[in-house]
Design a protein around this ligand. Structure first.
Ligand code: CDP
Ligand code: MG
Length: 168
């Protein structure tokens, strides 16, 4: 099925001059860029973009534990990380784009790689170009710099494309 999905190159990707390299990897995978803009995010957009629910906080906390962090309260850990994530996304310009193609949502996730650059597969963007790790970042009380946001499923993709590109 042809799908559309949202990708955001986070401030570390822009700062490190990786926009071209990142876009090339998606294009080489057969994805088409159908919308693209460079922009500065703000608190209101970020709060709508990242779910502020216990369920989401818990999933973030579990990723810290999977990375080797000694966490007992997943929800509290996740809440703290999401708050630093919202700041990280505002720390510089980002590049937002809509990518389209056959099974674009899972394909983009595959090309992007796992959340933690330390364990992201080689050949993926985060695995090859990521320099930070969840363990280091979270133990310093901050979100991991992993270059990309990519919609996780159809529901996220639909809501996120509307949120980021709804008016154009
Ligand atoms: O981005 P992705 O969908 O792979 O991961 P997520 O679980 O939706 O988390 C959103 C973002 O939070 C990640 O991309 C990381 O930047 C950050 N994160 C983190 O810093 N520490 C964690 N333990 C989990 C996520
Ligand atoms: Mg996600």
């Amino acid at each position: 099925m042809i799908q559309q999905t949202l990708v955001v190159i986070k401030p570390d990707g822009v700062e490190r001059n990786l926009i071209g390299e990142i876009i090339k990897r998606y294009e080489d995978a057969g994805l088409k860029i159908v919308k693209l803009k460079m922009m500065q995010t703000n608190d209101s957009l970020m709060k709508q973009h990242y779910p502020h629910t216990d369920e989401y906080f818990e999933s973030i906390g579990k990723k810290s534990a999977a990375a080797g962090d000694n966490i007992t309260d997943f929800i509290a850990q996740g809440r703290k990380i999401v708050s630093s994530l919202v700041e990280y996304l505002q720390s510089g310009p980002v590049v937002a784009m809509v990518l389209e193609g056959e099974e674009a949502i899972p394909l983009v996730r595959k090309v992007t790689g796992y959340t933690d650059p330390a364990t992201a597969e080689k050949g993926t963007i985060r695995g090859d170009l990521g320099e930070d790790t969840i363990l280091k970042a979270n133990s310093e009380g901050r979100a991991v710099k992993n270059l990309i946001h990519a919609s996780g499923n159809l529901e996220e993709a639909t809501a996120e494309i509307k949120l980021w590109f709804g008016l154009i």
